[in-house]
Design a protein around this ligand. Structure first.
Ligand code: FES
Length: 196
């Protein structure tokens, strides 16, 4: 599917594609006013989430989807963090000791780490409206052009995911990828609490 770039609208909604361009299980990777957002159609529902992973700038938007106790999570190809596509929460599985052995415990939430946005379908078109408000960790990477363009050009295939895995494309996942807090601030996001 061709990504839609720089969709513009006077209205707070941003056109990202047509209904026909987003089949069940498909995705649109859009760049909206500089922000990279992925729209997914899953089980008949639309979801919009920041494309670039809050953790270290990985290509979250192309990650596989996994059902985690009834929650649809997108799994980042870099370090396999699981992010709820409905809420943006990140889940982790704490270890528990049982009979002298460490075993995986229940899945727990680290809180909302990835910003999710509103998305609707109207008259054959799909729109995204940015969510604002409380600072979310993904705000710091949301406008990162090298991360976003690499992800958009990768494609939503298992081969692309493995090529985008850490080291698979010859790039290091962190330390070399800089957040762009200034770009997020210019769009009205409060980035003062983001780590540098
Ligand atoms: S889990 Fe996404 S960059 Fe690390």
């Amino acid at each position: 599917m061709e990504p839609v770039d720089d969709a513009k609208s006077a209205d707070p909604r941003h056109l990202v594609g047509t209904s026909n361009s987003l089949a069940e299980g498909g995705r649109i990777h859009a760049k909206i006013e500089g922000r990279y957002v992925s729209v997914l159609r899953l089980n008949g529902n639309l979801h919009a989430i920041d494309s670039i992973c809050f953790h270290a700038g990985g290509p979250l938007g192309i990650g596989e989807i996994e059902d985690l106790n009834g929650k649809n999570c997108i799994i980042c190809p870099w370090h396999h963090y699981k992010i709820d596509i409905e809420t943006g929460e990140k889940y982790y599985q704490a270890g528990v000791w049982e009979n002298g052995k460490m075993k995986p415990g229940a899945w727990q939430s680290n809180g909302v780490k990835q910003r999710v946005h509103s998305t609707i379908e109207e008259n054959g078109n799909i729109y995204v409206t940015f969510s604002k408000g409380t600072l979310v960790d993904s705000d710091g990477y949301a406008y990162n052009v090298p991360c976003g363009e690499r992800m958009k050009s990768a494609g939503d295939t298992n081969q692309a995911r493995s090529q985008q895995a850490v080291g698979g494309d010859g790039r290091m996942p962190s330390g070399y990828v800089l957040r762009n807090n200034a770009a997020a601030a210019a769009q009205g996001y409060n980035v003062s609490g983001l780590y540098k």
